[in-house]
Design a protein around this ligand. Structure first.
Ligand SMILES: [Zn+2]
Length: 174
């Protein structure tokens, strides 16, 4: 983990809730991750509640944000930066935090994992995207309750495919 972080990866949210002077100094503005300083993406309370593996008694009625930064252990933080939930507090592996892990889901509603997407041909990835689209059309998705980012995975799946195509092109030139 990065030395930019204010909390060790093993630290639970209880530890992180302590208003350490270091942490206070680093929470620059509301909505900014107190750990890495990156702007978070606002998420609904129900997303945080669905994804937490720990007691929901810790959840407050405040705005939470999702930190997308890969090398930051914080997944959710409160608007004021005083409360953080790290990867070990979350029920699922978080795609943005470990995109190279085969078992991590890219699409949390229909269960497409990074390993399978990586192994798929371009045509197979197209049919996966078609399957996800069909699921969305049929209102079978529940991104706000299943995807840690609290929104649709489709952009991530498309970007994953583009990166994969680019990586293969580089390899075949070499
Ligand atoms: Zn962060």
């Amino acid at each position: 983990m990065t030395d930019m972080c204010c909390c060790v990866p093993e630290a639970g949210s209880a530890l992180c809730e302590q208003p350490a002077p270091e942490l206070m100094r680093r929470s620059i503005s509301p909505g900014t991750c107190p750990c890495c300083g990156e702007r978070g993406k606002p998420v609904q309370g129900q997303t945080v509640k669905s994804l937490l593996a720990i007691s929901l008694r810790t959840v407050r009625d405040v705005q939470y944000h999702f930190c997308r930064r890969r090398d930051c252990p914080v997944v959710y933080f409160s608007d004021d930066g005083q409360q953080q939930f790290v990867t070990s507090d979350i029920r699922e592996l978080v795609y943005q935090k470990e995109p190279d892990t085969d078992q991590v889901q890219v699409c949390y509603c229909f269960g497409y994992r990074a390993g399978a997407l990586r192994a798929a041909s371009a045509a197979e990835r197209d049919s996966i995207i078609a399957d996800i689209n069909a699921g969305i059309q049929a209102s079978q998705c529940a991104c706000d309750l299943r995807n840690p980012q609290g929104s649709c995975c489709l952009g991530n799946v498309r970007a994953f495919g583009r990166q994969r195509t680019a990586a293969l092109a580089v390899n075949s030139e070499a």
